[in-house]
Each structure stands twice: as C-alpha cells, then as structure tokens.
Design a binder for this molecule. Structure first.
Ligand code: NAG
Ligand code: NAG
Ligand code: NAG
Ligand code: NAG
Ligand code: NAG
Ligand code: NAG
Length: 940
C-alpha cells in the first residue's frame, strides 16, 4: 500500500521537474580531458541507497528498453558527488532533490554528469554540498538496447511445437549486471528496497521478485504491472521476466504460494519441480528456523540461459534442463530427477544463506556458493534418505576440488577482487566445491548440533544485512562454547580459506606411535615450507574401527595409541580436505588388508584411497606400479563411487595417450579397465531400475562396455537404436540408457542414423532429451557434420538456429574430447573469439569451461605456443585464470607423458603380456618427440 502512495507522489513530482526543463543538467563524458572525479574501484561510502523506484519498459519488438529510476539515498558524510554504476545506458536527464529540506526549499539541485564507460561508472557532481544526514532523491531517465548475451536485460526465444518462434525478456544480474538495466549502486552490501513497475504488451505477463500489486492500462494500450515493495536486498538479486508463459502452482505447509512458469507446451513438465520446491521449502524453513521472508516464490524456465540456475529472491530462474522434467508414469528415482532436485535445493538454500544474509563483498562469494553446494547434499540426505546418493555426489565434488586446487594457478577461497572480470572468475570450482568441502569438514569436526545452531545464530544476527566469513566463524565458536567446546573456528578455517592449495599428510606407523608430517600438495612438487594448516585428522586402525579425530596444528606431530596396530586409515570418508601419503610399510599393510577384505573400508574410503594414490603417482611421490597394484581390488568392486573414481583416472590417462598417439598403451589400459570391471559390467541389464546410484553405475558401465570394450554390448546398443529408429522414435528406450544408445547409434551408424537423430532433436519437447541427443550427434566421424554443428550453435539468425547458443559448451566439450575433432574446435575458438566475447562474458565460468575443455587435452610444445600466442600475445589475456590454467595444464600433460609413459607401459605389459603380444600396434618402433626433454624411443 505505501508503495502505491509513494509511486504516485514521485511520478507527479517527476512531471513537475520535467516542466522545469533540463538546462540544469549537464553531461560531460569521459572523453573530456578533466580527470574522472572518482578513481577508486569501490564506490564511496558517503552515500547509502535506501529505496529504488524503477519504471521500465522493455520493448520486445525493437529490442530496446526505456527506464526511469528514482533512488532515495541517505548522505552519510558531506560530499558534492554521487557515484554509481551504469553500463551501456544512455542517460537523458537526471535530477536531485533534497527531501530533508523544508518543502519550499525542495527545488532541484543542479547536476553535472560525468561518465566512464570503461569503469562502468556515472558520477553526478552537484554545485552545492550534499549534507550529512539528509535524504535525497536522485531521478534518472535513460534508455538502452537489450543485451545480446545472457546477462543484464536480454532477449530469449523458444520454438512452439508448430515451429513458431516466441520471444521473451529475462534478466540475469549476478554478479555485476544490474547496472546494465538501471543505474544503481551495484555492490552487494549496498542493500535497499525495490519498487518496480514493468510495462508490457497486452498479450504478455510479467514476473518479478515480489507479488504484483496491481495492473494499470496506459493510454497507448500498454499495461503497467506495479509490484509490491521488496524486502531489503542487494541489486544483483533483482529480477524480472516478460513472457507468455503458463504456470502451475501449489502451497507449502504454512500456505506459501509456489509457482513454476514455463512455455505452455511444456507446462506438463513442471509437475516435479513444483513438488520438489514445496518439500524443499518446508525443509529449509525448519532447518534454518527462519521463515522464507517473501509472500511467494516463483520458478521460471528460461529458454536461453548461461548458468544452471539463478537464485534471485522470490523469482528463481533456471536453464530448462535444470527445471523441466518430462512426465513419466514410473519411478521418481531417476538420475534426471535427482539432478533437478539438487539444483532446486541449491538455489533455495541461497534464499537464506546469500539473500537474507549477503556477503559484504565478492571476496566472500564462497560463503553463498560453498554453503549452498554443501546444503545441496545435506538436504538430499534429509529429504531422500533412501537414495543414499548425497555422499557419492558430494565426494565427487570433493575430488573435483582437490584436483583443481593442486594447480599452481589455483587461488585462495577468499581472495581480494575489485573489477568485474575478477569478480566473475570467483564463480569457479574453488568457491563452490572447495568451499562446500571445507564446510563439510567443519561440520564433521564441530558435530551436527553445534554446526546447525551456529548457522541459525549467524542467520538471525545478520538477517537483511551483510556479513563476512569472520562473522560466521564467531557465531560458530560462540555456539560451540555454549555447548562446552572450546574451538577457535577462525584459527582453523583461516588456514583453509586464506591459503591456496591444501596439504598432503604423510603417515608413518612405528609401534604405537603414528608420525604425521604435513606439506603443500601440488601437481608439480613444490619446495614450500611456509604453508601450514589446522587439519582435523581423523582415522581408524586395524585394532579399532572407532573413528578418532585429532586436530593437527603443527608441521610434524605424533599421535600415541594404546596398542600397536598394523595399519591405519586416515581421513575417514574423505571428510577433510587433504590427501594422505602412507609410508611404504603402512601402505603395504593397508593394501594387503584392502585386497584381503575390502569391506573393512567403506566405499567412500576405497574411493579415497584410489583417488589419493593415483594423484600421488601422477605427482611422482608414489610409483605408478603401486597405484595400479592397489587398483586390483576393483575386480570385486560393486559400488559406484570407487568404480567411478577409478574410471575417471583411467579415462584421463586414455585421453593423454590417445592425444599423444600411443595405440599400444591405449589398448593395454583398456585391457586393464575391462579386466577390473568387465564382470560387473556384463552383469548389468539393459533396463531402468534400482537406486539412483545403481542407475548411475549401470549407465557408466554399459557406456564403457559399448564404447568398444565389449562387442556384444555395442551390438545391443545399436540394435536398440535401430529398433527405436524403425518405430520412428515411438519406442520407449530405457530412460537412463537413452543417452548412450544414441551415442552408439551415431558412432556405429552412418548418415541415416545421424540425420534421423537430428530430426528427432529438432522435434523433442524435453530439453533433457535434447541435450542427450546433441551430445550423441557430436559423436559423428564426419568432418562436415561436425563443422556444421559448431557453426549451428553459434548461428546468429534465428531461422536457421537449430542448436541454441547456450549449448555451445556441450558441442565444444564433446568435440574437444577426441583427438580427431579437437583441432576443429580449437580453430573455431580462435576464429570466433570476438563473437564469443559478445555472448559470454570474459571471466565467466561458462567461457572458461569452453576454453579449458579444449586446451586441457593438449600436450605438445606446439600447442603450448599456439595457446600462448593466441591468448597472451594477441589477445593480451595472460592475466585471466583460464589462460594461466590452460598453459599449466598443457605443461603438466607434457611433463606427465615424459615421466610416466614408460613405467605405466612397463606395468601394463607385464600384467597383460598376452594382450601385449597379440596386438600388432605394440610391435612397432615408436619415436615420441618431447621437445622440452629428450626424445623418447619406445621399443614396443
Ligand atoms: C586517486 O586520487 C587521489 C586524489 O585525488 C590520489 O591521491 C590517488 O593517488 C589517486 N589514485 C589513483 C590510483 O590514481
Ligand atoms: C567524513 O569526512 C571527514 C572529512 O573529509 C572525514 O574526516 C571523516 O572520516 C568522514 N567520515 C566518514 C564516516 O566517512
Ligand atoms: C534512446 O533515446 C534516444 C532519444 O530519445 C534515441 O535517439 C536513441 O535511439 C534511443 N536509444 C535506444 C537504444 O533506443
Ligand atoms: C502455432 O501455434 C500458436 C499457438 O498455438 C499459434 O498462435 C500460431 O499461429 C501457430 N503457428 C502456425 C504457423 O501454425
Ligand atoms: C628448496 O629451496 C631452498 C631455498 O630456495 C633450496 O636451498 C633447497 O635446495 C630447495 N630444496 C629442494 C628439494 O628443491
Ligand atoms: C587392540 O590390541 C590390543 C593388544 O594388541 C588388544 O588387547 C585389544 O583387544 C585390541 N582391540 C581390538 C578392538 O581389537
């Protein structure tokens, strides 16, 4: 109601100002000689925004928008200027009124505007001083064109089943794109309330963070949707959508309205998301013990979307594949359902941990994202205990973060950032997965009860405000103290958030003494003596399965046990973020136990042992023969997690050996994989069923088998494809195996199979199915078809735009993965770099992923030089982390091949001598040139 009043008042004031004319408003642009009046990267602390009134009209037909924003601000210290953000907006007029002055004195103050396009800043300089404690109203009218990328205010399109194209407008502001839609104080801690009015054509609807208050008709026939005033929030969380979607709706336990919006022909696919959203909201309200603060929550599927989901307060936006799920009569327990569920959980937890309490600045982004990634698994285990997937999924995140964080080009979780590119680069594996991993570590260390009470206290203390990591540590320490536990959480956690990398703990057993030593773990061993972590070191022993936790704070420590033990297993269930290196006899005892009785160790521990030893071998501190010997327990492995970790390492090696053209080792390595997993793969049936974990395992194993290791499996997949094709797609394939069947169909098939799949791709209504088909289409061996696909996914004209640009990364990744097509995509990236930058922002994780998915496979000096010349010399991007990472990966691959090819070959040759003798490629002399080292000659 109050918003109504304010708006009317303000818009009438606005009219008065217009009558006053614009002569008091002077523009001067950064081209002018005078120095730009504000030279720091952060906004001055003299002005605080309190309330934004935004009136915006996105014109879909002309792809432009016109806006007026009135910002009520409080001056915190005398100043003569207002500095705020704006990008790509043309400002027509600006006015400032002192609201604290008596009514008779409320005339507008003369303003001069200076703009810096490169710094995305507007500065309004006033002739008279703005007084401390006074409130002012700054009004700005502006216009602009819609963004052609996936951020700011942008246009998205989708096709109706009959081929008609539809357009909508969506926003995506995180981290720094609100300034592309309206001038604003675009920093997360400058929270304010927002009142939006969105103008639309009659046949559209609009959505925003808050519920709509009313709709008014304009004299020109357009409609104005007036939204209720929001709670206090950061600019990057503002969102709106103008679309012609339908919706489905439901209520939570306490009557909160939840709706899912999607194109009308996909509305039947919203059922699962709606059901999930209601359950997740019920759960979080209980878990955080703070009710969700807005009167409604909307979820919208946006057909062109760069990220997976965006947690705008009250209006969550999603990529279609993250929200829509085709209605099926059978089980809910499919992998797809799980991924949908998990994405929703992620975005929902940020409604509290992120939106309610926001990081002060982007250096603490990990508090939002790391915590949300952690809650993802936490919530799944509460909501669907029978799935028992949370652990598996989670551990994959831990392993992924451990792998990324061992590169020298990694960075501390909390790092100082100032410009937009640096801020975007924070949205990476380190913030998300390492962040989540160390939160889990902390929870295990503090115990669940202390952890959750601490979180609740933190959210209560800082609601609607901003916080930094230290505030969380204080809340957790205080809560622990109340429970009688003295823990200096900050001292522990600072060692994990302020330093790059993580430790490797060496373990030596001497009678009853366990000798520990910690040092930095990196891909290429470093001579580092400075790093020190406070490590919650957990273990059990041959003598007792009880888990003990010891907080290791020194470089070297000794734990004394009551009894002698033959082995110890450290880092139980990979709950802390480090690797373990067992000294020779300890390792021997552990491996013997593992081979004799693997069930003594949990599946997670078996996976952890595998992951550690293969990484240690790749780094050179353990011999590859030890790693391969340890892996022999997999002959009897049944659980998904160890199998998956093992396959990950084997696939990495296979890619490296394929890219360096070594068919003999590739053959022997496949032999090893099949000897380990062939039995369990052959026991799988070509049908759905079992837990999500079973389904994951089945899909992975059958893909492996039909990928060339088992002729029978390959034939079976092709048979199913042809059957499906003969029925014109009206044959229901096992849902969890569809993807692999499509892939085999294209790989083993020909032009007919590929064109048939392409036709089905264009007709498919389910975006998930489309994605599977797209991946499969990339399996073609035809150069012409590959080129067509790449060109399609960047096509600018809608008419011929069969593959959406949002899916470009999928195409590049699939093609970059194979030596035969990697050259094509690398050339493509270089030739189209400037176009790519128009679509995807520099520093975004999407663009980084596109580049590294190609460059990470390179292993030669030539390629190193090409990458260096292109990105560093020509494009001057040597400071970007994806460039540094690419170069480090190429160097690492190169070095790895030099060092490890021979020992790996030797082990395989000895173990699989028959396969070696009978494979003709193994009996050629291969000369392998290593430019940085010597030339290696293999006597195969
Ligand atoms: C910014 O301006 C102040 C004074 O106006 C000056 O002292 C300072 O050196 C400038 N900083 C930079 C980075 O140019
Ligand atoms: C306000 O300005 C004065 C003078 O420039 C300065 O000394 C003081 O620190 C400022 N206070 C704040 C809160 O910025
Ligand atoms: C903004 O408005 C000006 C004048 O009203 C007009 O010339 C210009 O084309 C507009 N720009 C956009 C992007 O609509
Ligand atoms: C396609 O369907 C939409 C909505 O059902 C309709 O408005 C449009 O005219 C149709 N287009 C064609 C070419 O049939
Ligand atoms: C480590 O660095 C120090 C000083 O830089 C050097 O003296 C020492 O030899 C190095 N040790 C190794 C193992 O590289
Ligand atoms: C541990 O070892 C000691 C002595 O070797 C033995 O007395 C004790 O029973 C063992 N405990 C367990 C749980 O095996």
């Amino acid at each position: 109601m109050d918003m109504w009043f304010c708006l009317c008042l303000l818009f009438s004031l606005n009219l008065v100002w217009k009558c006053l004319g614009d002569e008091s408003f002077k523009k001067s642009f950064s081209a002018s000689r005078e120095p730009f009046p504000w030279n720091q990267s952060r906004l001055p602390v003299t002005i605080r925004p309190d309330h934004y009134f935004l009136y915006i009209h996105p014109n879909i037909a002309s792809e432009t928008f016109v806006g007026q924003v009135q910002i009520l601000v409080t001056v915190l210290n005398d100043t003569n200027m207002i500095v705020l953000h704006s990008k790509g907006l043309t400002v027509h007029s600006a006015h400032l009124v002192d609201l604290t002055a008596t009514l008779s004195e409320q005339w507008q103050l003369a303003l001069q505007m200076v703009e810096s396009q490169s710094r995305e800043l507007l500065v309004f300089v006033s002739k008279s001083m703005l007084k401390k404690g006074h409130k002012y109203q700054l009004s700005i009218s502006y216009n602009s064109t819609m963004s052609s990328s996936f951020s700011g205010l942008y246009k998205a399109t989708y096709l109706m089943p009959n081929g008609t194209s539809r357009t909508l407008v969506a926003t995506h502001f995180e981290p720094t794109s609100a300034r592309r839609a309206f001038p604003c104080f675009d920093e997360p801690s400058l929270k304010a309330v927002f009142s939006l009015v969105i103008v639309r054509e009659r046949e559209y609807i609009t959505l925003s963070n808050m519920p709509k208050g009313s709709t008014k008709s304009r004299s020109d026939g357009l409609k104005e949707d007036h939204y209720l005033t929001s709670v206090k929030m950061s600019t990057y969380l503002v969102a709106f959508v103008v679309c012609d979607f339908s919706f489905s709706t439901a209520e939570t336990k306490r009557g909160l309205k939840v709706s899912v919006f999607a194109p009308s022909h996909q509305i039947s696919q919203t059922h699962y998301a709606l059901n999930a959203a209601v359950r997740i909201l019920n759960f979080y309200e209980e878990y955080f013990q703070i009710p969700y603060p807005l009167p409604k929550i909307d979820l919208a599927a946006i057909p062109d979307f760069e990220a997976g989901a965006m947690e705008n307060w009250g209006l969550l936006t999603f990529r279609e594949t993250s929200l829509l799920y085709e209605q099926e009569t059978d089980t809910l327990r499919s992998r797809l359902w799980v991924s949908l569920f998990v994405t929703a959980i992620l975005s929902f937890s940020i409604q509290w941990f992120g939106n309610l309490v926001t990081m002060k600045w982007w250096n603490d982004l990990w508090l939002n994202e790391g915590f949300a990634s952690y809650m993802e698994y936490m919530a799944v285990s509460y909501l669907e205990p029978s799935w028992s997937v949370e652990n598996e999924l989670f551990i994959m995140d831990v392993f992924r973060a451990l792998a990324r964080d061992s590169f020298l080009t990694s960075h501390p979780i909390s790092v100082s950032v100032s410009d937009t590119e640096q801020i975007r680069q924070m949205f990476d594996v380190v913030s998300y997965s390492k962040g989540a991993s160390i939160i889990r570590m902390l929870r295990v260390f503090l115990t669940e009860n202390i952890f959750i009470s601490g979180i609740r206290n933190y959210l209560q203390q800082h609601r609607y405000g901003s916080a930094q990591q230290d505030d969380l540590w204080v809340a957790l320490s205080q809560t622990a103290l109340m429970a009688g536990k003295v823990v200096d959480v900050k001292a522990v956690m600072d060692t994990w958030t302020m330093q790059r990398g993580y430790p490797i703990v060496s373990v030596r057993v001497q009678g009853t003494r366990i000798l520990l030593h910690q040092q930095l773990f990196t891909k290429s061993p470093q001579n580092d003596t400075r790093s020190l972590w406070q490590i919650p070191f957990s273990f059990y022993t041959s003598n007792s399965s009880t888990v003990m936790i010891h907080l290791m704070t020194n470089k070297e420590e000794v734990i004394t046990l009551e009894h002698e033990v033959s082995w110890i297993k450290a880092n139980v269930n990979s709950s802390s973020f480090y690797r373990v290196s067992y000294e020779e006899t300890a390792l021997y005892a552990l491996v013997s136990q593992l081979h004799r009785e693997p069930a003594v160790f949990s599946g997670t521990d078996r996976a952890g042992l595998l992951d550690d030893i293969f990484h240690l071998a790749s780094q050179g501190s353990v011999k590859y023969s030890e790693a391969f010997n340890l892996s022999l327990f997999l002959r009897n492995e049944k659980e998904f997690l160890p199998i998956n970790v093992f396959l990950g390492h084997m696939m990495n090696m296979l890619v490296r050996f394929s890219f360096s053209r070594q068919p003999c080792i590739v053959h022997l390595l496949k032999e090893h994989v099949w000897r380990m997993l062939g039995k369990v793969a052959q026991a799988e049936h070509w049908e759905d069923g079992g837990s999500p974990s079973d389904e994951n395992k089945r899909a992975r194993l059958l893909a492996l088998a039909s990928g060339g290791l088992s002729r029978a499996a390959g034939q079976q997949a092709l048979r199913l494809f042809h059957f499906w094709m003969a029925k014109d797609g009206n044959y229901s394939l096992p849902r969890t195996l569809k993807g692999l069947i499509f892939r085999v169909g294209v790989r083993k098939g020909n032009h007919a199979e590929w064109t048939f799949l392409l036709q089905k791709y264009q007709q498919a209504v389910s975006s998930k199915e489309k994605l599977m088909m797209l991946k499969a289409l990339c399996q073609t061996s035809s150069e012409k078809k590959r080129t067509w696909q790449v060109a399609q996914s960047t096509g600018c004209s809608l008419n011929n735009h069969i593959i959406k640009t949002q899916d470009l990364a999928v195409v590049v990744e699939q093609l970059g993965y194979r030596p035969s097509s990697s050259g094509l995509v690398w050339k493509f990236l270089q030739q189209n770099w400037d176009n790519l930058l128009e679509k995807f922002s520099l520093g975004s994780s999407y663009l980084s992923r596109i580049v590294t998915s190609v460059t990470s496979k390179f292993n030669s000096l030539e390629k190193y030089n090409e990458v260096y010349n292109f990105f560093v010399t020509q494009k001057h991007l040597g400071h970007m982390s994806f460039v540094k990472l690419s170069l480090e990966m190429i160097q690492t691959n190169k070095q790895w091949l030099v060092t490890h090819t021979k020992p790996i070959q030797a082990w395989l040759q000895k173990e699989y001598n028959k396969a070696y003798k009978t494979y003709h490629q193994c009996h050629k002399e291969v000369t392998y040139h290593i430019r940085w080292g010597a030339t290696i000659r293999f006597q195969l």
